[in-house]
Design a protein. Sequence first.
Length: 388
Amino acid sequence: MKTLGIVFGTRPEAVKLAPIIHTLQDDPRFRTVLISTGQHREMLDSTLEEFRITPDVNLRVMRDGQTVSEVTHRILERLYAGRHLDGLDALLVHGDTATTLAGALAGLHAQVPIVHVEAGLRSGSNASPFPEEANRKLVGQIAALHLAATPGNHANLIREGVRESAITVTGNSIVDALAWGMQNLGSYGDPRLEDLDDDPRQVILATTHRRESHGRPMQEIAEALADIATRGDVRIVVPLHLNPKVRAVMLPVLSGVDNIDLVDPLPYLSFCRLLRRSDIILSDSSGAEEEGPALGKPTLVLREITERSESILTGSSRLVSRSRGQIVAEVQRLLDDPVAYAEMSNAINPYGDGRATGRTVAAIANYFGMGPAVTPFVPGADVVRSVA
């Protein structure tokens, strides 16, 4: 039996790791030690509860107004102080957060092999997303096993000199989590949304939170949403991020606007229900870039560049920047042109087939010599709307 530490601290990490955690816990070859940093305290705790996951260790690093440097330092310090990596055969980290980087560094210093889930994403710019792009490149230099979601992520790692034998293409486990969510839908989580299923209007799900969107770019996004809401045939639902910098921009523009519902962040299963009901997704969230294509929902990405280029290439999402005029024009096109809408909603989902969890566990077993090599995930027409 191998002992695997799994460190996570944000809601997206919890969602994507949840299927993997449950499968590892059911596998007699492994014992898990779940380490929560609490980087996103409230949103993380509620998500873990929904997935029925109880951490073995809780570092509780969250502080109001914390900087990236401060939270990274506290995670690293508390992992050491508690000797939480003692006895581990490997440590799983996910993606590109402060928790990911600090966990990987702690594993390096403790000489514990790092397994990097969702490895190989690259935008080509350390400024966007910041600091995530740099974080994942740094972890890529540390990891012993790289679990890439797509063939494109695999190619990025090869270009950077990672050995082929150290990479497995698994698909993205967010598709696995989403499939579970669609089978366990909750209420909408807010009384203002309870009539959504009976509303004949087109529903647009809109979210924004990225650091590079703060300030004027987010103002442009908010003004674009207000412009779109002047149509009588749309209803825009905006789950507002808890970050005060987001709310300081969005609330003055959108509060009280007809056809717009501003709600607090929803529980994961409520958000899944909202995803299913939505006709268009408008977001700068990396999760939405993967969830939209998996559900056959045209997804407009509110960024200048993205590390998730596969859905842009297949046509299931479109990069629309943060320009008020361009956002409005792209939404109007989807609302008014059935052919354009159908092209996006029927495009190939390049991110997964719902079997990423099995490939992930098999790849870890193979790393330890406890199982055969894994057949990699290859996107194809058979994974269109794989969880719809």
